[in-house]
Write a protein that binds this ligand. Structure first.
Ligand code: PLP
Length: 385
């Protein structure tokens, strides 16, 4: 049976050019970047260049990039690392503000902290999935050390107003360090400019596996001031790698692949955004023709171009489509096996019935109109069955 992949928000295939760039770093240039001999120096030189490349793309200094083992780890470092440092500074009852629709790696970092005396405020979102900024303004107080709002949601693709969030927080904090601003830009990077200065953020999470790079590598941008002023502490301790922010030997092939993938995204971004936007609009209009009861979840315009999340009048759509050879999803891959209604669909106040009959279709570089037509045909078949 022909198989078709529509789950690019979960993971992307490694670009052939990325694979090629990584090739020398498995067994030829294999040294430990921390070693002083020439083998080590060859590896550390390559890591340095990759770090510089990514820094240039997101408009920061290379020392502000901390490579991690995943975006999950980067989000944990951002949230737990900031809280840990705040405690050391004598802030015993810190408050952090996140949106209701953050990825589980942000929400999961918050949950244990609540048991340890951290107040966590979960900001509501509108039906569009956009965070309530008025509520953010109201919640900011002198105990608030961090605001973490994602740039693009992984389930419904809503683009959050990160620049406005930064403006509000900066206006409130004046010349103080706190509150700091973090954004999880994992789903945004393929389609939106992630210049940290324009966004006004102090911390930003990215992932390689979502941008046609290898798995097992993510990063956290940390503004230099935070490191210099001890406003963040590492959560993985060991050697002094990554500006002392993350112990452990660097994943050299992963870092090389990540940088190459990021470079390619920047090259192809504009064309890819236009191409996917067309496919997205086409799919949504055609899907509504299949059934009058079909509806889009989240915002139709303020949305990254690869994401389609819709409810249909049929149950078990994911399984039925999979049996037809089409891989879609119901939400984020990390909670797909939990069989729980999505916290994101709940947050946008979709009824339980519609939430349970929703699927997420995410497109990527290999997706074609022909493939979309095949998916629409299969969808029609399984819905009318
Ligand atoms: N943040 C967002 C928005 C995501 O979509 C994901 C993965 O789906 C992550 C964080 C975590 O990425 P990883 O599982 O690679 O650590």
């Amino acid at each position: 049976m022909e198989r078709h992949y529509f789950d690019y928000a979960a993971s992307t295939p490694v670009d052939k050019r990325v694979e090629k760039a990584m090739r020398p770093y498995w067994s030829k240039t294999f040294g430990n970047p921390g070693s002083l001999h020439s083998f080590g120096q060859d590896a550390s030189g390559a890591v340095f260049k990759a770090r510089e490349k990514i820094a240039e793309l997101i408009n920061c200094h290379y020392e502000e990039i901390v490579f991690t083992g995943s975006a999950t780890e980067a989000n944990n470092l951002a949230l737990c690392g900031i809280v840990k440092a705040a405690r050391k500074r004598g802030i015993n009852m810190p408050k952090i503000i996140v949106s209701d629709i953050e990825h589980k790696s942000v929400l999961g970092s918050c949950c244990p902290m609540e048991y340890e005396g951290v107040e966590v405020v979960y900001l509501p979102v509108f039906k569009s999935g956009v965070v309530d900024l008025k509520r953010l303004e109201k919640e900011l107080d002198n105990r608030t050390i961090l605001v973490s709002i994602m740039y693009a949601n992984n389930e419904i693709g809503t683009i959050e107003p990160v620049e406005e969030v930064s403006e509000i927080v900066r206006k409130y904090r004046k010349n103080n360090f706190y509150p700091l601003i973090h954004t999880d830009a994992v789903q945004a990077f393929n389609y939106l400019d992630c210049d940290v200065k324009r966004l006004g953020v102090d911390l930003m999470t990215l992932s390689s596996q979502k941008i046609y790079g290898p798995k097992g590598i993510g990063l956290l941008y940390i503004k230099d001031k935070l490191i210099k002023e001890n406003l963040i502490f590492p959560i993985i301790k060991g050697g002094e790698q990554e500006n002392k922010m993350r112990g452990g030997t660097e994943n050299v092939p992963g870092i090389i692949g990540f940088a190459k993938a990021a470079e390619l995204v920047y090259k192809d971004r504009e064309i890819e955004v236009k191409r996917l936007k067309k496919l997205q609009n086409y799919f949504i209009s055609q899907a509504k023709n299949i059934s009058q009861e079909a509806g889009l979840n989240g915002d139709s315009k303020n949305r990254i171009p690869n994401n389609i999340n819709m409810h249909f009048p049929a149950e078990d759509l994911l399984i039925k489509l999979d049996l037809e050879g089409f891989a879609t999803s119901t939400g984020s891959a990390c909670s797909a096996r939990a069989y729980k209604a999505s916290h994101v669909l709940k947050a946008i106040k979709l009824s339980k019935e519609k939430a349970e009959r929703s699927i997420r279709i995410t497109m990527g570089k290999p997706t074609t109109k022909k493939e979309i037509d095949k998916l629409l045909k299969a969808l029609k078949k399984v819905i009318k069955k």
